[in-house]
Design a protein. Structure first.
Lengths: 295, 406, 409
């Protein structure tokens, strides 16, 4: 029984990682319909930012990681902004083209990372205060996992505040619901698009920093997460923050439990079949934007 | 896309609109010219290329043709049907493994060392009898049938279940991608059935013939060339038929087609299944050509590469897609032989440049060049302004390929 | 274009392919009087590039050294390099190119079992000779491959002996899901039955898997005496990181790895793996005169911060062994070289090695080491003498079930 209970925090932890990876996509893909395959590479850039803060600037690993979070957010955000301004804005409404386009961008970013940092993985030492864990009611909670969970919660709260309370956030939602109407009411849709892309890409950077705590930091880091992250957004429903959260947790738990009862290989397949089944019932994901627009 | 265009493309027999949207079906002249060109190409591939290329290069060319067959299928599903299939590695793999397993069983059957008539990986994995799943594959006829039937069936099932729920566009693309990821994990994980990451390799005989002899390699080459030509002609026929028009109509306005009384689910499922069957066939041909099939070739990245070849060649043109696959793979070989690391940069930039500047690929470049030349000629002849109403039928205007207007 | 201009499609197809193919067309011809061509076939791109590039560097170093010494049979070695791109089909394709178009005398290459299996039929068909530098799962002995890494009885079996010697009674097996770990674990299970070791669990994860909390949780709960780790590549990084944050230390539960060498330690993070044992035949710290020379030559050539590892050393030896066999045979022909292989000896960085002509494997010394705080590996145990290769484990009664199939050979 204990063993089964133990899977709950593990599932939530997997969910938190998925959530971090998917939050950014919730903006770029969910709000804007851009399939950014380079999102994974943005995570990779975030992870290397964490590496650089400690290796090049020689900062103490105990707080280098904390500095890396905003640094990675800004850096990948700007990278996303450049991508948006440079090419993607010509492709709005053509998600499949952006997919192929950003795949090419991703390839180039990977190779740049390989040439700058070398092909082998680099070591990003975790702060000492993240080693070990605590026992709660016989369940072991690792500090690194708790940190990722906290980071995810923090991001969610910030995003929720931004979307619901701030003026640019509400403008963003207005554009999502009806772009033309928003433009007519005087919302600068171009600027909103750029901001959305900046935020989405920046979140990928934060996810990348978090990933250094649990996995290898190498040129292909993003590749491991990108498909799963997209699935989370699809299951949650486009542009739906609560959907993304619920889907990430559900997929995380499903993954943890199916791995527990079968094995890691089969767990992935089970999750995939479950998603196909789920989309049979709810093809638009858990939540949808209600709209009267004819598509 | 304007309503005018939609109505024109959906109507099975265009009349007045045919000036703006030319009849997608070939004229009798073109219909006769097309197979003739193909026959000429086949003859050239069989008679001319061997003069210039050694056995190894010829084999490489056969390999590119396998990719071209996949590209032809994708051009139908994606270019005509608007279904971006990022999981064609799966169907390529299903076809490849079906034949490869037959060849493996044939090898084992003749190998007195093999215990219980089992391939080595099954023995290592503790199997004592041949799993039920693979028994029928000992029969060459069944294996050849399965090469096309299994991918077709899987694609039909998957396609029907998602198209019925109107899952499309980006959703469909991502589901396909996840399918490729899950398929590879399954192949690797079921090592006792599939040989795991090693895949299947070493196929000395087929139906009693030595596959390694130079003559057999030549026969394989001929088969690949002829099959490519036949698949091309068949897909051109499908694309030019009434069904082909309907498919384009579904791409451009699924709901509108539904209102006209057609069921888009079946239209899309058929195209998707056909394209999967082409991929399965290509996978099977790949096996005797390369002598190996393994999960590494079937995952997310190879599947995207299939699609990129089509994008480079021109997604709206079936011939363009085939050429794109051959050119891209040939370029990859050339570049990776001369400077390996740089290939990635070049490949990445190529994708960006093609998508940004030539969204209709090589075919689009060729087409607009010819169109420009024709216009210039006509302008000179008539002395009037260039004819701007003439547009291609296969390219959607102002919408995404998935048909969702911005 | 489509229907509109099939003719142009046709022309461009033909033109493009003829160009592309003939541009890199048949290299043709055999080696001239001054040089002899050899192939180098490793992954320079893709996921395996991390490991294989280091092996490539070692092969290049050996070739340069031999050339500086006057070459082989008076000829300079001219390496022809191809990229396997971490993809089995590419390995098969490039092997074919090297043998058929470039007409090389031999090929040094491969890393994964899958790449070796993919190349094997190509080498057998064209009667080529491949020097494969990595420890592997055994149960193979092709006439067209020389295996310069360890087979199972020179790595896994000694590692188990070591664990038993240390008084461990229960093992947890974790591996990536492919042939090497699966075969290794079969051998371990058979060994365990014969030696009263308890196997607590046998877990596999997909290649590239990064989520190990379920497994580290189980290790924490079940408290095995030791873990036998056959994970490959990147997965080791996640596994050791998550193991450490789960609070499992090498003192409680040592994790013995057979696929983690000096090269991988930095990426895993020294702090995550320090104190855990690994099993190989060679470490950078191995104390032999030949190794001092090898390490300093390698660092001179590629940089002071570079480390050397077992597969790198095996690849380096392979070139010298081939050269010695060629000198012995006085011929570059594969059949002659093969006939000369048996008994070729060398004082390698790992100590004395000898080619066994029957299996075309090497007799070599087995070593267990522990990762130290500098990210290098200190030897803690060794078999003292070279162990004869036994790829089919015919000399071990407990292994009968695994190998009876192959004994017919």
């Amino acid at each position: 029984m204990d063993a089964i209970l133990n899977q709950v925090p593990i599932g939530i932890a997997i969910g938190a990682v998925l959530l971090l990876a998917a939050l950014g996509l919730n903006f770029t893909f969910g709000q804007m319909g851009v399939i950014n395959m380079a999102h994974g590479e943005f995570m990779m850039v975030g992870a290397y930012t964490a590496f650089v803060t400690h290796a090049w600037f020689d900062l103490n690993p105990d707080y280098a990681l904390l500095l890396a979070v905003p640094a990675a957010f800004a850096l990948t955000g700007l990278l996303g902004l450049a991508l948006e301004a440079g090419v993607i804005r010509h492709f709005y409404g053509r998600p499949l083209d952006t997919l192929l386009l950003t795949f090419g961008v991703g390839l180039v970013l990977q190779q740049i990372a390989r040439d700058v940092f070398g092909a082998p993985n680099v070591d990003v030492p975790a702060p000492a205060w993240l080693a070990g864990g605590v026992d709660v009611l016989g369940i072991r909670l690792h500090h690194a996992r708790l940190f990722i969970l906290a980071l995810a919660v923090l991001c969610v709260v910030a995003i929720a505040y931004y979307l619901n309370r701030s003026r640019p956030g509400r403008q963003m939602r207005a554009v999502l619901h009806n772009r033309d109407l928003a433009a007519i009411t005087g919302i600068p849709t171009r600027r909103v698009d750029a901001t959305t892309f900046f935020l989405g890409s920046g979140l990928a950077g934060i996810a990348g920093v978090a990933l250094t705590l649990i996995g290898p930091t190498g040129p292909t880091l993003g590749h491991n997460y990108i498909v799963d992250a997209f699935l989370v957004v699809v299951v949650g429903g486009l542009g739906q923050l609560r959907g993304t959260i619920l889907a990430a947790l559900a997929l995380g738990l499903l993954n943890a439990f199916s791995e527990f009862w079968t094995d890691a290989s089969l767990a992935k397949v089970i999750v995939f079949v479950a998603i196909i089944g789920f989309l049979q019932a709810r093809p638009q994901g858990m939540f949808t934007v209600r709209s009267r627009a004819l598509t | 896309m304007t309503a005018e265009d939609t109505r024109a493309t959906t109507r099975p027999a265009p009349t007045a609109a045919s000036a703006a949207i030319p009849d997608p079906r070939p004229t009798p002249l073109a219909r006769a010219r097309d197979p003739l060109t193909v026959v000429a190409l086949v003859a050239a591939a069989l008679l001319v290329l061997p003069l210039f290329l050694d056995q190894f290069r010829l084999n490489l060319f056969a390999q590119y043709l396998c990719y071209a067959i996949v590209a032809i299928g994708i051009a139908l599903a994606w270019g005509r049907g608007g279904m971006l299939t990022l999981g064609h590695g799966v169907y390529f793999g299903l076809g490849g493994y079906a034949l490869a397993m037959h060849l493996t069983l044939a090898r084992v059957a003749e190998d007195p060392m093999a215990q219980g008539g089992l391939p080595d990986f099954m023995v290592w994995s503790g199997l004592e009898t041949l799993p039920l799943l693979w028994r029928p594959f000992a029969n060459p006829a069944f294996a050849l049938f399965a090469v096309v039937a299994v991918p077709g069936l899987v694609a039909a099932l998957l396609g029907w279940s998602v198209f019925r729920q109107r899952v499309r566009g980006a959703y469909f693309a991502i589901l396909n991608q996840a399918l490729a990821a899950a398929f590879v994990i399954l192949l690797v994980g079921q090592q006792h059935l599939t040989g795991g990451t090693n895949g299947l390799t070493d196929f000395p005989t087929f139906a009693g013939n030595d596959l390694y002899s130079p003559e057999a390699q030549w026969v394989v080459y001929v088969i690949v060339v002829v099959t490519t030509a036949l698949v091309y002609l068949m897909f051109r026929h499908v694309a030019g038929s009434r069904y082909g028009s309907l498919l384009v109509a579904v791409r451009d306005g699924e709901d509108r087609v539904r209102f006209l009384g057609y069921n888009p689910t079946w239209v899309k499922t058929l195209a998707y299944a056909l394209s999967a069957m082409a991929a399965g066939l290509a996978g099977a041909l790949f096996v005797p050509v390369m002598g190996i099939i393994s999960p590494e070739m079937l995952g997310v990245v190879p599947s995207i590469t299939f699609v990129l070849a089509v994008a480079i060649g021109g997604r709206y043109s079936i011939a363009g897609a085939a050429v794109g696959a051959v050119v891209m793979n040939a370029a990859q070989t050339t570049f990776s032989e001369s400077f390996a690391g740089g290939w990635i940069y070049l490949q990445g930039l190529l994708f960006v440049v093609v998508i940004v500047f030539a969204p209709r690929g090589l075919a689009g470049v060729v087409q607009s060049t010819t169109a420009a030349l024709q216009r210039a000629r006509r302008a000179r002849a008539t002395g009037g302004t260039p004819d701007s109403t003439h547009r291609t039928s296969d390219t959607p205007q102002g919408t995404d390929a998935s048909g969702s207007p911005r | 274009m489509g229907r509109a201009r099939p003719g142009s499609a046709a022309t461009s197809l033909l033109a493009a392919t003829t160009l592309a193919l003939s541009g890199c067309g048949p290299a043709g011809g055999s080696e001239d009087g001054d040089t002899v061509r050899v192939g180098m076939l490793h992954s320079l791109s893709g996921t395996m590039a991390i490991s294989e590039v280091t092996v490539r560097d070692s092969v290049q170093l050996a070739i340069d050294e031999i050339n500086d010494d006057g070459g082989v049979l008076g000829r300079q070695i001219e390496p022809i390099e191809e990229d396997g791109a971490s993809d089995e089909a590419t390995f098969a394709e490039k092997a074919q190119k090297l043998l058929q178009s470039d007409d090389v005398a031999t090929v040094f290459g491969g890393w994964t079992s899958a790449s070796r299996k993919a190349m094997l039929p190509v080498f057998e068909r064209n009667n080529g000779l491949l020097w494969y530098p990595v420890q592997y799962e055994g149960l193979e002995a092709s006439d067209n491959i020389v295996y310069t890494g360890a087979t199972t009885n020179q790595q896994i079996v000694p590692a188990l002996d070591y664990l038993v010697e240390q008084g461990h009674e229960s093992l947890y097996l974790i591996g990536s899901d492919y042939v090497f770990p699966r075969t290794a674990n079969q051998i371990i299970t058979a060994y365990a039955e014969a030696n009263d070791l308890e196997i607590i669990e046998e877990e596999y994860t997909p290649l590239g898997h990064t989520e190990y909390s379920t497994i580290t949780g189980e290790i924490e709960r079940e408290e095995p005496d030791a873990v036998f780790n056959t994970l490959n590549g990147d997965s080791n990084v996640s596994f050791f990181q998550q193991l450490r944050s789960a609070g499992v230390t090498p003192d409680d539960t040592p994790v013995l790895s057979v696929s983690v060498a000096e090269q991988e330690i930095d990426g895993i993070g020294v702090e995550n793996i320090e104190g855990h044992p690994v099993a190989w035949n060679y470490y950078q710290t191995t104390e032999t005169p030949a190794n001092e020379d090898f390490v300093s030559a390698f660092q001179d050539a590629y940089g002071e911060d570079r480390v050397t590892s077992d597969p790198m050393q095996s690849a380096y030896n392979a070139v010298y062994l081939w050269a010695a066999a060629v000198e012995e045979a006085e011929s570059f022909e594969v059949d002659d070289v093969r006939a000369a292989l048996d008994g070729i000896e060398r004082d390698a960085p790992e100590g004395p090695i000898t080619i066994d002509g029957d299996t075309q494997h090497l007799a070599k010394t087995s070593r267990v080491g522990e990762v130290n705080e500098d990210g290098l590996i200190d030897q803690v145990w060794s078999s003292e003498e070279p162990i004869e290769p036994d790829p089919y484990l015919t000399g071990y009664d407990w292994a009968d079930d695994i190998t009876e199939v192959e004994e017919g050979e």
